[in-house]
Design a protein around this ligand. Structure first.
Ligand code: NAD
Ligand code: MG
Length: 400
């Protein structure tokens, strides 16, 4: 019997998760034949060289580059291939609109949101790596998926782990959900040392190899704060049922504790290809090459409670969750601005949280507009804009 071709789009194809996804495509094409996977679209922000390279290898129907300034170079690199090329922000949404069965959402930050909403509305299997979309617009995104028969599969390793052991048919039996955190590069650093951390030190993650923004978030533990909010929406649980444990070996990715005292956990090597492969084949499983986890070699697994004095981001994320979805959106937008500023060496590492804290405190003073949930997507974009502006202004007036 001939096998059905799987049609695939990768949004954010030139990044770390994008590359891991394309590696799985490569492995599938070797195992099942080139025609087993057909790439509808690949997209990138500004890295036109990498986009051209992977497009020549994977022969997508369509490529989209957000950064318009490199259009000519991309067109020259792909001339004669027959691949359709589009540039600009809208081009990314056009890519998401194409009728791929399986879409990987791996653009960083809220820039990924419009294309994610487009794919969700179309009805597809949406493998979601981009956590910021759930943090910014969780209730809207979840209901769009439900209304349009979109199967949302979490790719973030902790959420993918929890998804694998979460009994969605008996959610009233769930007592607690645990997300693990590696603790990042500053796990054992003092407050004074953390204060002076450089971008290079923040990006040097001890276990995972990831893009710059999420690496800085992992160092501040804001990544785990965003993941708390992500888990709240994905699994529809109240914040008091969500726990974070620092687990430096990063092999237990997530756990669900049930009301009889049983705990189910998912373990695996710290390699994003494992959760991506799970989302690729779900509810089936595919053969994957790569390192296997050896618990005997590892010998021990450590767990500790995160230190919120040295890593206040967790407290800020819980505070935003208490205030509601609009505050979570503002938290994420302010964090994006602060992280970008830190990466450009305009502010210190500890000041990232100060920026976020300031934006949340502004919300508190102006409660009418911010508290609660957005009624529509325009409100999400509006809050994102105001939070970014507020964060930017605070950096200019108070820090720089
Ligand atoms: P990355 O920086 O390596 O790649 C980001 C991708 O998005 C690139 O293809 C880039 O060109 C594209 N992009 C960036 N800005 C854009 C814009 N404004 N418009 C259009 N495209 C844009 O990031 P990553 O580490 O692959 O992470 C991607 C997403 O997955 C993030 O939301 C991150 O939180 C999430 N995630 C990543 C990992 C990981 O291990 N890397 C794990 C879990 C979740
Ligand atoms: Mg994660």
């Amino acid at each position: 019997m001939s096998q059905k071709t799987k049609t695939v789009t990768v949004l954010g194809a030139t990044g770390s998760v994008g590359a891991a996804t394309l590696d799985i495509v490569r492995q599938q094409q070797v195992a099942l034949g080139k025609k087993s996977v057909s790439i509808k679209a690949l997209t990138a922000g500004s890295n036109w060289q990498e986009l051209a390279k992977i497009s020549i290898e994977f022969e997508p129907d369509f490529v989209a580059l957000s950064d318009v300034s490199n259009e000519k170079k991309l067109r020259a690199a792909l001339s004669g291939t027959g691949i359709q090329i589009a540039v600009g922000k809208k081009a990314i949404e056009e890519a998401a609109q194409l009728d791929a069965d399986w879409v990987m959402a791996a653009i960083t930050g809220s820039a990924g949101l419009p294309s994610i909403l487009t794919a969700a509305k179309r009805g597809c299997t949406l493998a979601l790596a981009n956590k910021e979309s759930l943090v910014c617009a969780g209730p809207l995104l979840m209901s769009l998926c439900a209304d349009n028969d979109t199967t949302l599969l979490p790719v973030d390793s902790e959420h993918n782990a929890i998804f694998q052991v979460f009994d969605a048919t008996r959610r009233n039996t769930v007592e607690k959900i645990t997300l693990t955190a590696s603790g990042g590069p500053f796990r054992n650093w003092s407050l004074e040392e953390i204060a002076l951390a450089t971008p290079a030190q923040a990006i040097a993650h001890p276990v995972w190899s990831m893009g710059a923004k999420i690496s800085v978030d992992s160092a501040s533990l804001m990544n785990k704060g965003l993941e708390l909010i992500e888990a709240r929406h994905l699994f529809d649980v109240s914040p008091d049922k969500l726990e974070i444990l620092v687990h430096p070996q990063s092999v237990v990715h997530g756990m669900v504790q049930y009301k009889d005292g049983s705990i189910l956990a998912q373990l695996g090597p710290p390699d994003m290809r494992v959760p991506i492969a799970s989302a690729w084949a779900w509810p089936d499983r595919i053969e994957m090459s790569g390192d296997r986890l050896s618990l005997a070699k590892l010998g021990r697994l450590d767990f500790e409670i995160p230190d919120e004095t040295r890593f206040p981001a967790l407290r800020l994320a819980r505070y935003a969750m208490e205030m509601g979805a609009n505050a979570c959106n503002a938290l994420s937008a302010a964090n994006e601005i602060a992280v970008a500023s830190f990466l450009q060496e305009e502010i210190k590492f500890v000041e990232i949280n100060e920026v976020v804290d300031f934006v949340l405190s502004c919300i508190n003073k102006n409660t009418d507009m911010w508290l609660g949930e957005p009624d529509c997507i325009e409100e999400v974009f509006e809050i994102d804009k105001i939070a970014r502006r507020t964060a930017q202004q605070f950096i200019i007036d108070e820090i720089r």
